[in-house]
Design a protein around this ligand. Structure first.
Ligand code: TYD
Ligand code: MG
Length: 467
């Protein structure tokens, strides 16, 4: 008889503890530890007495000459294929994370339909909705005629039986991994142990049959993929579907990808008839811009291979409190603190008595340090109440010494700006040659003090320093 053992597992990070405690010492989370019972015989640890078996080995160079490019299953939804690196790789497992209601199921039923229409066997397993509900949604999205197999199922062994019947599926969607459970372990569905064991079973199926599997994982408010976080290292790719409830566009980002780049993004818009691709996101992000007010700057950014222009908004106001507020949406809080410190120390701009609010328009999130210059310009513009010329685009990285440094890929950034009707650019001195080729009027910047002089140039210097 299999021996039962009781362990205490943190549901946030998967750490195993000997006894229950209020706080997980591994990740610092409170109230995340749950008692889980496992059958010792089925626990995924190698037992000492196991029979040794010789593994199969293949030669890396033996396959030279034959194309080793991973066979992919493209969805022909360009924004999705860009993020996966050209389609789902045969036998790979992808974890798609996102907050509940963001549109994961919608995206996947659209992808499933597109691939099934190309003739591949696609199975969509829902653990959250009935098969009828999934079909209704698909019909509403105009996908009712796509030959996708739908099933409402949460038991992994049953799912594997379903999948093994008939031709091997090319794509399997599991919506969501949190609802799945397997006989292999005795823990309750949704616990780390169950999620991990269920994922293991599905991953083994993918590797064995060559089916690509997408696991949906809901994330919690603070951005953690609850439970599924512990499967991140087991899967081949982790994608996150982001956006905020107040805006309709959604961004698909690769967080980890064994078969492609991780800096590409896909942009979609949630409409009445499902997710629509947004081939030109700059136009969308700059759409409703009021360029005549102070405190806004257009950052010429890059997302992977794609240039993207976004508006950065800053508001600098005298503080009513002892400690001034610094609030930022869409950018790194620490990066803002750094730009503020450099503005103060190297640019002579006093901000200690001011609240600072910064926002990236449209709910977009910027990860690049190349946005430093645009942020600094927006801050100075707000403080001096002097608008930045509306036809100006900016980029540049600011170092702690106050130097403004060139950033990679200046040419595509400037080309995109020209395409969208911008005629001027504030860029690092080092990018001037590229700027000339693009045919833009240039305002080269060497140090942060130049930014202050350029932006607040019209305003009396006193105002910038002492307001
Ligand atoms: P859904 O794909 O169910 O989200 P998830 O699987 O990530 O939980 O999307 C749910 C939201 O999307 C819902 O609040 C309504 C919205 N939506 C539309 O606006 N248009 C549509 O065509 C669909 C299907 C959903
Ligand atoms: Mg869903």
């Amino acid at each position: 008889m299999a021996k039962r053992s009781t362990t205490f597992v943190c549901q946030a990070c998967g750490a195993v503890h000997a006894r229950w405690q209020g706080k997980c010492e591994a990740c610092g989370e409170w109230n995340s530890i749950v008692e889980e019972v496992t059958e010792a015989g089925t626990a995924p640890v190698a037992s000492g007495g196991a029979r040794l078996k010789k593994g199969r080995v293949i030669q890396l160079e033996g396959l030279a000459g034959t194309p080793m490019d991973a066979p992919r299953l493209p969805s022909r939804i360009a924004e999705l294929d860009r993020v996966t690196g050209g389609g789902f790789v045969k036998g790979s497992v992808i974890l798609l994370g996102g907050e509940p209601g963001i549109g994961k199921s919608t995206l996947l039923i659209q992808a499933a339909a597109a691939i099934a229409r190309n003739g591949a066997r696609v199975v969509y397993i829902s653990g959250e909705e009935s098969a009828g509900q999934v079909r209704l949604r698909a019909q509403r999205l105009g996908l009712g005629d796509a030959p996708v197999e739908l099933a409402a199922e949460t038991h992994v062994e049953d799912i594997l039986t379903t999948l093994s019947a008939g031709a091997a599926p090319r794509l399997v969607i599991i919506d969501s991994i949190q609802t799945m459970w397997t006989d292999a372990v005795e823990a309750a569905p949704g616990t780390v142990t169950q999620v991990r064991a269920a994922a293991q079973g599905l991953i083994r199926f993918a590797k064995g049959t060559g089916a690509a599997i997408i696991l949906v994982g809901h994330v919690t408010k603070d951005g953690q993929i609850a439970g599924p976080r512990v499967v991140e290292h087991m899967v081949d790719a982790v994608m996150s579907f982001e956006g905020d409830a107040a805006h309709h566009f959604r961004i698909l980002r690769a967080v980890k990808n064994r078969f492609g780049a991780t800096d590409e993004i896909g942009v979609f818009e949630m409409a009445g008839d499902g997710l629509r691709e947004v081939p030109n996101p700059s136009a969308l992000f700059l759409g409703a811009r009021d360029a005549s007010v102070s405190g806004t700057a257009v950052f010429a950014g890059m997302e992977g291979t794609r240039p993207m222009l976004v508006e950065i908004q800053a508001l600098v106001t005298p503080t009513a409190l002892g400690t001034p507020r610094r609030a930022v949406v869409g950018w790194d809080q620490n990066r803002l603190a750094m730009v503020l410190a450099v503005l103060e120390a190297r640019g002579g701009v006093r901000l200690g008595q001011h609240d600072v609010y910064m926002n990236v328009a449209g709910g977009f999130r910027i990860l690049e340090p190349a946005a430093d210059l645009a942020v600094a310009a927006a801050l100075v513009s707000s403080l001096a109440d002097t608008p930045i010329p509306p036809e100006m685009a900016l980029f540049g990285e600011i170092s702690l010494s106050g130097l403004v440094r060139p950033v990679p890929q200046a040419a595509p950034r400037l080309k995109e700006a020209v395409k969208l009707g911008f005629s001027e650019a504030m860029i690092p001195e080092g990018s001037v040659e590229t700027g000339k080729q693009a045919g833009l009027r240039l305002r080269p910047i060497q140090r942060i003090a130049d930014v202050v002089a350029e932006v607040a140039g019209g305003a009396p210097r006193q105002r910038v320093r002492d307001r």
